[in-house]
Design a protein around this ligand. Structure first.
Ligand SMILES: NC(=O)c1ccc[n+]([C@@H]2O[C@H](COP(=O)([O-])OP(=O)(O)OC[C@H]3O[C@@H](n4cnc5c(N)ncnc54)[C@H](O)[C@@H]3O)[C@@H](O)[C@H]2O)c1
Length: 267
């Protein structure tokens, strides 16, 4: 069986799955008949969240490269396939002062960027074996519009979007679409520290469900390299990247990159 759409028979992995977006996404996918494996850091609370949702729980720290691969292998062994990987685990800086805490910066990049890279590397061959499918990366609006309060988060999310776009052609060539979602502020635990300020200022935040709906749409749309902005009062819109000036030849024509310098999927 091949499956490129969320539905009965398809199997999805969600990292950071017991958080706000992960729970809403798991519920939504389950309503569509998808088998959902919720992965997250190990805790009684996280195990209970998965049990309450009727989902299998898998311990995964996304910064552990080998563990990403072991989990995907286990999912394939247990369920016979993997159709979609939602690489959603993430943290932000715990404070927003003007210091640059390098330990914290590296920790955020390790989880929010390298966790995504390891997840893609692990899921790619399994999704290909399933006949193609989807990888959806939870980036952030901060990846498109960097936050002065959180340089590490901005770098990690911007890097994740660049990674998605640069991986898209080679994955599309094997039937897998990779895309990014870029939500603005949303009502989950990650904004606990600053929620009161949004409330006091009357600043609107997204619901986790609005983001989950966009995550399902990203799988269904199957648009390689897409980045979807989600904002309160705006909805979900594909972001249009501004191009850069192409090189010109001595005669003023647009220079074409030599074929040998393009990846096989783009020749
Ligand atoms: N809520 C927002 O305002 C917002 C906006 C844009 C993007 N995001 C992104 O959405 C994603 C989901 O966050 P959320 O809003 O649901 O917040 P959340 O804090 O509820 O969920 C994040 C989850 O990631 C898990 N996690 C943290 N470190 C991990 C690790 N090393 N390995 C595996 N799991 C780990 C946490 O345990 C938690 O369950 C994150 O990538 C976040 O950066 C959130």
């Amino acid at each position: 069986m091949t499956s490129t759409a969320p539905g009965p028979g398809s199997v999805a992995l969600i990292t950071g799955g017991t958080g706000g977006f992960g729970r809403a996404l798991a519920r939504t996918l389950k309503e569509r008949g998808v088998t959902v494996v919720l992965s997250d850091l190990d805790s009684d609370r996280n195990r209970q969240v998965a049990a309450d949702l009727g989902c299998e729980f898998a311990v995964l720290d996304v910064t552990d490269r080998a563990a990403n691969e072991a989990l995907v292998a286990r999912i394939e062994a247990d369920h016979g396939r993997l159709d979609a990987a939602y690489l959603n685990a993430g943290i932000s800086a715990a404070k927003s002062d003007d210091a640059l805490d390098l330990d914290e910066f590296m920790r955020v990049v390790d989880i929010d960027l390298f966790g995504v890279v390891y997840g893609v590397a692990a899921a790619r061959p399994a999704i290909k074996r399933a006949g193609g499918g989807a990888i959806v990366v939870t980036a952030s609006l901060a990846g498109l519009s960097p936050m002065a309060t959180d340089p590490g988060y901005s770098v990690a999310k911007g890097g994740a979007i660049a990674f998605v776009r640069s991986m898209a052609p080679r994955l599309a060539a094997e039937g897998t679409t990779i895309s990014a979602i870029c939500p603005g502020f949303a009502d989950t635990a990650i904004i606990d520290r600053i929620r009161d300020q949004f409330t006091a200022a009357g600043f609107p935040v997204l619901s986790a469900q609005e983001v989950a709906d966009a995550m399902v749409m990203a799988w269904e749309a199957g648009e390689p390299g897409a980045a979807y902005v989600i904002q309160p009062g705006v909805g979900t819109v594909p972001y249009t990247f501004k191009g850069v000036p192409a090189a010109r030849t001595a005669t003023g024509e647009t220079a074409v990159v030599p074929e040998a310098l393009r990846p096989p999927s783009m020749r």
